[in-house]
Ligand binder design. Structure first.
Ligand code: NI
Length: 179
């Protein structure tokens, strides 16, 4: 078992920074202290800022890892409770033909929301922070979060997935629409 470390709260790269547009590299040694520290830092940073997911390139580290969590929120009242989870070297093995639209935001693109179509279910394979291989199906909000974070590892942001730029709004207008 890798030794547990304390997570640090890291700076989040903002849209326009080239780190968000480059493909990230496979994690080769999951037990390396700097990798385990990164995973703790991702968890600590996500807990600090809130939100459903955070990928390593968003904290300036070009490695294929992210953390995700979901819970009922104003934008996603039906989201299930999923405890913060570490996902390393993810692969999406299959995507449903059925697509779903929902409003997404991104910690690297503050103040905006966009309506993004995504397959409503996926089958994925990834490593836990202990290096165990997991194959899992995700549906609905967790499937969306997984795909959004997985995209960050390929230099893709949700704006690239939008079908219509008219479906982009400020956070302020978005909140008005919900209330
Ligand atoms: Ni994002």
């Amino acid at each position: 078992m890798p030794e547990k470390t304390m997570g640090k709260i890291l700076q989040i790269a903002q849209l326009g920074n080239p780190i968000l547009r480059q493909p990230a590299e496979t994690v080769l040694d999951i037990d390396a202290p700097d990798v385990q520290q990164l995973l703790d830092d991702l968890l600590a940073t996500l807990a600090d800022v809130g939100g459903f997911g955070l990928a390593a390139p968003q904290v300036y580290v070009p490695l294929r890892a992210f953390v995700m969590t979901t819970y009922p929120s104003q934008s996603f009242p039906d989201a299930p409770e999923i405890a913060p989870t570490v996902i390393v070297n993810p692969e999406i093995l299959a995507r449903s033909e059925e697509m779903e639209f929902a409003w997404e935001g991104c910690l690297s693109i503050p103040g905006l929301r966009g309506r993004v179509p995504r397959p409503s279910a996926i089958r994925a394979r990834y490593l836990t922070r202990e290096g165990q291989v997991v194959e899992e199906e995700f549906f609905g909000v967790p499937a969306r979060v997984f795909q959004h974070e997985h995209d960050h590892l390929d230099g893709i942001v949700y704006l690239d997935r939008m079908e219509n730029m008219k479906d982009l709004m400020t956070e302020k207008e978005f909140k008005k629409m919900l209330s």
